[in-house]
Design a protein around this ligand. Structure first.
Ligand SMILES: Nc1ncnc2c1ncn2[C@@H]1O[C@H](COP(=O)(O)OP(=O)(O)OP(=O)(O)O)[C@@H](O)[C@H]1O
Ligand SMILES: [Mg+2]
Length: 222
């Protein structure tokens, strides 16, 4: 297995470009050695970084707009979770993190914007994986669940046992450009996530304890 950093540069675009280059390198090795494992790993790295560049570009385009154009479609709310977990599995494995999902069989299709929800979950899961960088612990776990609360279409839960946040940080996480990740974070992620969830008439909640972990909850109306 190749280990190539996700964020090799200072700025997010540089990090993504580095991730793409790393993916291409692993793909080339896979082709040279006719090694299927390298080919698969390289392909996942390219795929994940193309996804990130798409999200970041959309964020920058939408940033100044008071509201984002949503494209509602009849969709299975479990589907964005499957996609995000698939995209993030190799990154979690590289960090020694157990990334698990538990999908409710009870949820039913309803109308929402699947790209927007994918983007929100991608951001929250990425943050959860990042939460082990500053405070590595032995058992690293990120758990993504869907449940079906009465009166809602779906509830997403993203639970990590990473570094957590103190009250001071927790109060600021939805502000634009607030980041504790220095030049590696743009601080757009959660601000945009909140905007997208608000526009779905949903709710986003967070519970966190420094040193213990964080739980994000998103509820969308059917
Ligand atoms: N699961 C988490 N555990 C600990 N801290 C978190 C978690 N999720 C968010 N945070 C805190 O919230 C801040 C803001 O998150 P946000 O996603 O908006 O920006 P970012 O991750 O720093 O940068 P980016 O825009 O690249 O996502 C993070 O910098 C971090 O301090
Ligand atoms: Mg983030």
């Amino acid at each position: 297995m190749f280990f190539i950093g996700e964020n090799v540069g200072d700025k997010p675009f540089v990090g993504i470009a580095g991730g793409l280059k790393g993916g291409m390198f692993v793909l080339e090795k896979g082709m040279e050695l006719e090694n299927k494992e390298y080919l698969l790993q390289g392909w996942e790295m390219v795929r994940g970084n193309v996804d990130k560049i798409k999200n970041l570009s959309l964020d920058l385009l939408n940033y100044g707009k008071p509201s984002v154009d949503l494209n509602h479609q009849l969709c299975d709310p479990n589907q964005p979770v499957r996609e995000v977990v698939r995209l993030m599995t190799s990154r979690a494995e590289d960090g020694g993190i157990d990334l698990e999902m538990e999908l409710s069989p009870e949820v039913e299709a309803f109308r929402f914007d699947p790209e927007a929800i994918h983007r929100c979950l991608m951001d929250i899961v990425t943050n959860a994986l990042d939460a082990f960088e500053t405070d590595p612990r032995k058992e690293k776990r990120v758990w993504v669940r869907t449940v079906m609360p009465a009166g809602w279409g779906v509830e997403y839960q993203v639970i990590d046992n990473g570094c957590g946040m103190d009250e001071e940080i927790r109060k600021k996480i939805f502000q634009s450009f607030f980041s504790t990740k220095g030049t590696r974070g743009t601080g757009i992620g959660l601000m945009m996530t909140k905007k997208l969830i608000d526009q779905h008439n949903g709710v986003i909640e967070v519970a966190s304890e420094a040193g213990k972990g964080t739980t994000f909850i998103i509820r969308l109306p059917a």
